[in-house]
Ligand binder design. Structure first.
Ligand SMILES: [Zn+2]
Length: 179
C-alpha cells in the first residue's frame, strides 16, 4: 500500500520532507492514528504512554509503536498533551470540520446544563446526602453508582450533592460510604 497517497496523509502532510523524515514506522503509525482520531484530530489516551495507546488502538507491535510514535512526536505531526494525542495540523486542514465539532460541543454543553438543572429541580436543590441548600453553595452532580464501578449518566443514577459530600463519597456507593 502506498501510504503517501492515502487520503488522510494527503490532507495532513503537505510537505514531503516531513513525510520522509517520519520513516517507515512513523508513516505507518501516523496513518493509523489519524484513522482513530475524532473529527477534531484528538485521541483520548488517558494515562497511557503514547506508544502503549498506539499498540492498543492500532494493533501495532511494541517496537513499531514506540519508534513510530516517537518519530511523529519528534516531527510535530502528533502532540501529546492533557492525556490526549492531538494532530494539530489536522485541525488546520479541516477548518470546516472543526467548526462543526465546536458547534456540536456547544450543543452538548447546553444539553448537559439542562440535565443538571433537571436533577437539581427533582432533588429540591438540596444535597441528597446531607440536605444542605444547594442554592447557598456550589451544586455538584454525583454519580450514585460511580462511573468507575459501572454507573452511567442516566437521570436515575445522578443526584444533587454538595461539594464536600461529593468529594468525600468519591468512588464509593452510598452504602459503602455511609458504613
Ligand atoms: Zn452534602
Amino acid at each position: 500500500m502506498d501510504f503517501s497517497n492515502e487520503y488522510y496523509v494527503r490532507v495532513y502532510v503537505r510537505d514531503t520532507t516531513t513525510w520522509k523524515r517520519l520513516g517507515w514506522d512513523g508513516q505507518a503509525v501516523l496513518v493509523q492514528l489519524l484513522r482513530k482520531m475524532d473529527m477534531a484530530g484528538v485521541l483520548d489516551i488517558e494515562d497511557m504512554e503514547p506508544w502503549e495507546a498506539v499498540m492498543l488502538h492500532c494493533g501495532a507491535p511494541k517496537a513499531t509503536a514506540k519508534a513510530g510514535v516517537d518519530a511523529c512526536l519528534r516531527e510535530g505531526c502528533i502532540i501529546h498533551r492533557d492525556a490526549q494525542l492531538v494532530a494539530p495540523r489536522y485541525l488546520e486542514a479541516q477548518g470546516l470540520l472543526r467548526s462543526l465539532v465546536l458547534r456540536a460541543r456547544a450543543g452538548l454543553r447546553a444539553a448537559s446544563l439542562a440535565v443538571r438543572v433537571a436533577i437539581l429541580d427533582r432533588d429540591g436543590w438540596a444535597c441528597r446526602y446531607c440536605g444542605v441548600d444547594l442554592r447557598e453553595v456550589a451544586p455538584n452532580i454525583d454519580h450514585v453508582v460511580p462511573v468507575s464501578r459501572g454507573g452511567t449518566s442516566v437521570m436515575e443514577n445522578l443526584a444533587a450533592a454538595c461539594g464536600p459530600c461529593n468529594r468525600s463519597k468519591g468512588a464509593r456507593t452510598p452504602a459503602e460510604w455511609l458504613l
